[in-house]
Design a protein around this ligand. Sequence first.
Ligand SMILES: [Fe+2]
Ligand SMILES: [Fe+2]
Length: 137
Amino acid sequence: MALITWDDTLSVNIKKIDEQHKKLIGLLNSLYDAMLTGKSKETLGTVLNELVNYTVYHFTTEEEYMLKYDFPADKYEFHVKEHNEFKAKAADLVSRFETSSAILSLEVFNYLRDWVKNHVMDTDKQYQDFLNQQGVF
Ligand SMILES: [Fe+2]
Ligand SMILES: [Fe+2]
């Protein structure tokens, strides 16, 4: 069973970003599935690294959009702060995973699911109207 199912409530009405969110959710679901089906530490590590790397790439895409279209500085800084806090958490998760793969617990998956949903639905949606009004869809 998928940890998160993408639906329209997660859309920010910008095609490239929606596609990236779908891919991100797909990777998170793959990691969840790999954990549930007892895949090897090596496999889990590969998917975890792919997820973290893609997340960093995705954050960069959003930050570039906000800079390119002059998103208000205070809102930009707030958004980047959330990204950076999550990157720090993800780096910590990866380093703890290297010591013990048991760290990929249901609790961790619940945290990841809630963070992604809340960030997309609250913080990411804050640039939606601003970018749409400038013709970015
Ligand atoms: Fe996002
Ligand atoms: Fe974001």
